[in-house]
Write a protein that binds this ligand. Structure first.
Ligand code: ADP
Ligand code: MG
Length: 276
């Protein structure tokens, strides 16, 4: 049995305890969102919905407004016009029931992996003993329990991102947003961490907004993929991914993977993002 299979089996058999499915996973809706910086339009009339417990990816070329849109959806950046609606109510402040993972792990180098995660619990005033147990449970599911006491410099890039995921989930938020979280990792590490994230999501049922410019990640993880045009960013296509889960490392085993990938490629070609 490989380490990966062992991890998968352990994850599947593990008790749900407090990482239970968030029964109250949030729905997020963007209505005609426009964002301008000075005279420059970064996001141009974007509307979207993310259902409760749904995994939605936003894919588009660099600079098309993905990060801006995510920060707006999280209530962290003001929009110019339009609105974000969470669970049916307009969002007028930063969303707190959320965990966010960025491409840069943003871990403090003088705190261990576990203490980086617990910092989030301290800031949120969570009781520490249950938080510690939950952090270890997340580490277990993410395959980094053995590294809980290591410092960030003693971890590989993939492990650091796993710590960031645990930190984002320590308070059991309804919503998880990830901005190119695996962008700096090598291809093999990306494939494994993608799989582990998928298993964790299947178990916890968070509402996820995932930003990427990787076709494999978008198609490999999502229930739906929203495709953005180059700047000014618009949503130009929405693709429901009808592949069984968990999805294989080699997505090309599914003929429909190539149909989805061709559809996204065709759009990028049409927009001149891909020129061959
Ligand atoms: P992506 O995440 O898709 O690469 P971003 O959302 O980061 O794109 O940026 C979209 C566009 O908005 C880019 O042209 C970027 O330079 C611009 N932009 C982003 N944030 C700001 C800002 N705070 N001030 C001015 N321009 C910005
Ligand atoms: Mg970005």
């Amino acid at each position: 049995m490989t380490a990966g299979t062992m991890r998968q089996v352990r994850t599947m058999n593990a008790p749900m305890s407090d990482i239970a499915k968030a029964a109250d996973a949030a729905s997020i809706e963007g209505r005609q969102i426009v964002k301008t910086f000075g005279g420059f339009t970064a996001v141009d009339n974007v509307s979207f919905t993310i259902g409760k417990g749904e995994f939605v990816s936003l894919i588009g070329p660099s600079g098309c407004g993905k990060s801006t849109l995510m920060l707006i959806a999280a209530g962290l950046q003001p929009l110019s016009t339009g609105e974000i609606v969470v669970n049916g109510a307009p969002l007028d402040r930063p969303l707190t029931d959320i965990g966010i993972v960025f491409q840069d792990h943003l871990l403090l180098d003088f705190r261990t992996a576990l203490d980086n995660v617990l910092l989030q619990a301290e800031i949120r005033g969570l009781p520490m003993e249950p938080a510690r147990a939950r952090a270890m449970e997340l580490f277990e599911k993410l395959g980094i329990a053995h590294a809980a006491d290591r410092y960030p410099r003693q971890l590989s890039g993939g492990m650091r991102q796993r710590v960031s995921i645990a930190r984002a989930l320590i308070h059991n938020p309804s919503v998880l947003m990830m901005d190119e979280p695996f962008g700096a990792l090598d291809a093999i590490t990306r494939t494994q961490i993608r799989h582990d994230l998928e298993l964790l999501w299947m178990e916890t049922g968070k509402t996820v907004l995932f930003i990427t410019h990787s076709l494999e990640e978008a198609i490999g993880l999502s229930d739906r993929v929203l495709v953005m045009s180059p700047s000014p960013g618009r949503i130009v296509d929405e693709i429901r991914i009808e592949l069984p889960r968990p999805r294989p490392a080699h997505l090309g085993d599914y003929p429909s993977f190539n149909i989805y990938a061709d559809r996204i490629h065709a759009l990028f070609r049409q927009f001149g993002v891909i020129k061959y």
